[in-house]
Design a protein around this ligand. Sequence first.
Ligand code: NDP
Length: 506
Amino acid sequence: MPDTEPPRAPRLPRAALQIGGRFTEARDGATRDTLDPASGATVLTVPEAGAADVDAALSAARTAFDDGPWPRTPVQDRARLLERVADAIDAETEELAWLETLDTGKTLVESRADMDQIAQVFRYYAAEARTARGDVNPVPTDALSLTVHEPVGVVAMITPWNYPLLQASWKIAPALAAGCTFVIKPSELTPLTTLRIGEMLQEAGLPDGVANVVLGGGAAVGAPLTEDPRVDLISFTGGIVTGRRIARAAAENVARVALELGGKNPNLVLADADLDLASDQALNAVYYHAGQVCSAGSRLLVDRSVADALTERIVDRVGRIRIGFGWEEATELGPVISPEHLEKVQGYVALAQEEGATLVAGGGRPSDPRFAQGTFLEPTVLTGLPHDGRVAREEIFGPVLTIETFDGDAEGIRLASATRTGLAAGIFSRDAARAMRAARRLRFGTVWLNDFHPYFPEAPWGGFGESGIGRELGRTGLAEYQEEKHLYWNLDPEPVGWFGKRDDDA
Ligand code: NDP
């Protein structure tokens, strides 16, 4: 077997759309190959939905919501189903991790970590469903005023290619906990684990029509899902350009919309930082999943007094990063998702140099012929990036670290804040109060102090400004899938006689 082929094949999901509890081909028989970005080989040929399939999936979800048992299923039973799914994910972690690695190119180590997180998300929302409470409101009359939570309805979920099952689980678990039904469309580039979770939900006993999976491109399948008046909530994770389009489509139907659109995430190293820690985390921040992370810390901002020492440590480590196929246990950096994306990332490397930055590591394709068919890029570092160019503002979404310097905390905070896409930021300092002062000034959805990247089902995730609308995870992540309803009961009703008074009434 050539050493560019994985040594084993994971269990593949059924290559079928999932509509109303049935696994089907596309009505017009269309298909698409899903490729391994590391080798360009076809992993599975899957159906490609058309308008009729999207229509059928939405009908199924609508009927399951309006007439089916799920929205009225007791929360305890909904929670038990979520726990069964979590158990099934745990039991199948290795197979799911292999599928994700083949589809996305990410390392098995990362895919396994994703699966662990995904099971935790299902368990967390099972617990949230069980313990969620409404309110008794303090109204001033002899009455009972209650706030209760109800499922928002039919959800259209659109997910990206960088964390296919993780992003799906952040939507599916709270939606099911709330009692919603849904149609999910994964990225056409990475459908495999979404197909499998659809099967697993059905195996766990979810009623027909609650979970529907359609596959296909953004324009052909994603857009009709977001434009349909049968949809109550659109939950989208992806790029800003698509996010804007979806917000416009939602406005037309006054549908609820939740957007997670990524960011330009600064990683701020103050003059008193522990440089061993900061350099180690600077690598985690940007090279995790080859930089294709919405919260990637690709923009390193360093106090000038420590910039040379930090850069030296970083460049030394970058030179030792092991590029490889995701399924090789020693691999630290896999390919990027597609040839088009590789070109885009390389474009930013070229642009940074045009803007005045200096390439100090990587920048090209690896020379090893084993990687010739894949979309690999060397881990790249650019220093001296000007603060006011496009590269300092735009999301690169690849294994490219840019370094800018600043003089003093105030300037660092000002530069870090110069973005409309405030998803996440990091701050490194030995002084907790100094770091916390800086953190309070930054307008980002998450600020990590002396760390980069950790997220938890219990804590909210989302961004300020153009980085999105709403929050996933945490309690707010459940609230996205709920409507609040006010129930009012007058305990001492008496006629008020305001209207149609007789002339002799007082
Ligand atoms: P997109 O935003 O185009 O893709 C995300 C999802 O939206 C995919 O499922 C896609 O389908 C779907 N989609 C595309 N067009 C429409 C539409 N008109 N209506 C409804 N759904 C649609 O991201 P790209 O793959 O093009 O990546 C572009 C950039 O976005 C990246 O370079 C990166 O900067 C950023 N990005 C951010 C992510 C994040 O986690 N926040 C994730 C992915 C990308 P399909 O892929 O099948 O066409």
